[in-house]
Structure formats: C-alpha cells, structure tokens
Design a protein around this ligand. Structure first.
Ligand code: MF3
Ligand code: CO
Length: 249
C-alpha cells in the first residue's frame, strides 16, 4: 500500500485527536502514585477521554480489552491493566490512543514512581531523547531510514538497546497505516519522506538486550532477559524542517 499524505485539513483534525491523547496522558501522569492499581489508571483514562469527547483506539483492537496499555519495569508494551499495584521505584509505560472525528492520536510516556535509580532515570531520558532525535530527522526529502537510524544511534551511544520486533507506524484514519517505522536502520534507505506523512514514532529501549517474550495473556511484551524497558511515542506530521508533534496539549 502507498504511504498516505494528509492535507492541511486532515492534519488539523489529527492535531485535535493528538491534543486529546496528550491531555489524557497528562492526567495519567498526574494520577500515578505508589498504591494505585493499573486498572484504576485505565478507569481514569476512560473517564477523561469521555469528558474530552474521544473514543479509544485501543479498546477492542484485535480484542485488546482496555483503553490504555500499562507496562511495568521489564514489560515493554501492551500490558493489560488489572489488579497489579504500582510500587515506589516502578518504571511505568503508559500508551494511549484516541479517535476524534475519525482521526487517530497515539502516544506513550514512561514515568518513574518516586525517585528511581540512576540507571532507570538515564534509560528514560535516553528513550525520550531518542524520540526527539527521530522527530528532528523526519524531514521532507529525507528517507525513513534517517529516522530509524537517528533513534538507534542515540540509544546505542548511551549504552541501551532498541527493540527490533515492534515498530512505529504510519497513522491517520487507522491506528496502523503504512509504513512500518523500525527503531533501527541505515540512513539514506527506505521510502522518501514527504510533507503531510503522519507517523507514530515510538522507540522502545532496554538496559539489556533487544530480545522479547510475550506473556501468558498473549498481550504483554517483556524483555527476554528481565532488563528494564522504557517507551516514548508521539504522533507527528512530516514537514520540510523536521516533524511537527501532533500529540501535545
Ligand atoms: N500504541 C500501540 C501501537 O502503536 C498500542 C496498540 S496495542 C493495542 O501499536 F492493542 F492496545 F491497541
Ligand atoms: Co503506536
């Protein structure tokens, strides 16, 4: 399938969906604390999303049962909220997607509950900064591999691994559109980036290796070696000077 190009009207609708997505994540960031159950985070997200007038893009997606993915410590993505109680020092990734007026926003943040250790803090900042490096590289006229390699180089230069079996993706009316956006690759390769392409960039980094395993619920993805993981994601639109972040308040 060809990579879709959005016109200005569509990008504006994606800014609205992105804003709703970002507002819900902001509420989750403010709500998380030791003692809260992951299920409660999902309830907060659903309440907030309803207030803002959006629909969940995750709930019901391939049978996914919740509106937010909550992935803790060695869990990387797709953690299903439930009875797990968040503890001091946990590294919690929150991934959320909203549909507003037919367009999608998809974004993720990782937070440390309380102080956290030096390694966890460094993992989080490297993951967030690798996303920023990918966003800066997403320029019209460049290639998709420029984005992938910018993320990988940033992450590996700081001693972390990038997950290879899960990727970012195109996004628009559907949560997952072409192209896949790997978090590793070679500059100057892959499809040409054009103004109006909308992408969800989502580096997942670990303090150990890049191999993963899927849990007994067939959803949660964890590091194979038990190392810690972090995940940051933004929905962005390619422009001439680097990408515009759509999932912000
Ligand atoms: N943000 C994720 C993605 O980009 C989460 C979707 S998984 C779901 O694929 F099943 F929860 F929807
Ligand atoms: Co995504």
């Amino acid at each position: 399938m060809a990579i879709g190009i959005k016109n200005e009207r569509e990008i504006d609708l994606m800014r609205k969906a992105g804003r709703v997505t970002a507002l819900v994540l902001e509420t989750l960031r403010d709500s998380i604390q030791a003692g809260i159950k992951t299920r409660e985070l999902n309830e907060i997200a659903e309440r907030e999303l309803r207030k803002l007038g959006g629909r969940s893009s995750f709930k019901g997606y391939r049978g996914y049962p919740a509106s937010v993915c909550v992935s803790v410590n060695d869990e990387i993505v797709h953690g299903i909220p439930g009875d797990r109680v968040i503890k001091e020092g946990d590294i919690v990734s929150l991934d959320f997607g909203a549909i507003v007026d037919g367009y999608q926003g998809d974004s993720a943040i990782t937070v440390i509950v309380g102080e956290g250790g030096l390694l966890a803090r460094s993992l989080l900042s490297a993951t967030q900064e690798s996303l920023a490096a990918g966003i800066a590289a997403a320029k019209a006229g460049g290639r998709l591999g420029d984005v992938s390699s910018a993320i990988q180089r940033y992450a590996e230069a700081r001693g972390f691994s990038v997950i290879r079996e899960y990727t970012g993706h195109g996004i628009g009316r559907e949560m997952h559109e072409d192209p896949l956006v790997p978090n590793f690759g070679e500059p100057g390769t892959g499809p040409e980036l054009k103004k109006g392409m909308t992408l969800a960039l989502e580096p997942m980094l670990t303090t150990g290796g890049w191999r993963t395993k899927v849990g007994r619920d067939n959803w949660v993805v964890s590091t194979a070696d038990g190392s810690m993981a972090a995940h940051f994601e933004h929905t962005v639109a390619v422009t001439a000077s680097g990408a515009e972040i759509l999932t912000r308040v």
